[in-house]
Design a protein around this ligand. Sequence first.
Ligand code: RB5
Length: 151
Amino acid sequence: MKIGIGNDHSAVEMKEEIKAYIEEKYGYEVINYGTDSHESFDYPIAGEAVSRAVVNGDVDLGIAICGTGIGISLSCNKVHGIRCACCSEPYSAALSRRHNNANVLAFGARVVGPELAKMIVDSFLTSEFEGGRHARRVGMIMDIEERESQK
Ligand code: RB5
């Protein structure tokens, strides 16, 4: 399993902590698509990079972190095929996989601390899409994307 991770300047330490946590706990390869500098860095660049890695199949799932998680999640969701869920607690992160088949998790480094972030990541990585009625609804989401791209 490969995980892509992207971040802006507000989330350098959080990115490093989460990357090390995933590598150690799960043994997954974590590929860095974010900045390692505290210089101001525009979050859409990292959001697009990690999202393209997911849709290209370079990684299985993505994690996107900015100050609030909002800007980077909005950016991720502009990439066709991405379903990015911005979560501040583990329950939503689990349901984003089980019901929404989210393929990128976003959260805010200025919103959640590192221990809560690890719980959110655990929920995301250990939950599976349930399909069934949820597949129909996720299909409807992707149909919206398709219709929008034809405008
Ligand atoms: C950067 O200052 C901040 O705007 C960014 O990390 C994020 O919170 C945007 O949504």
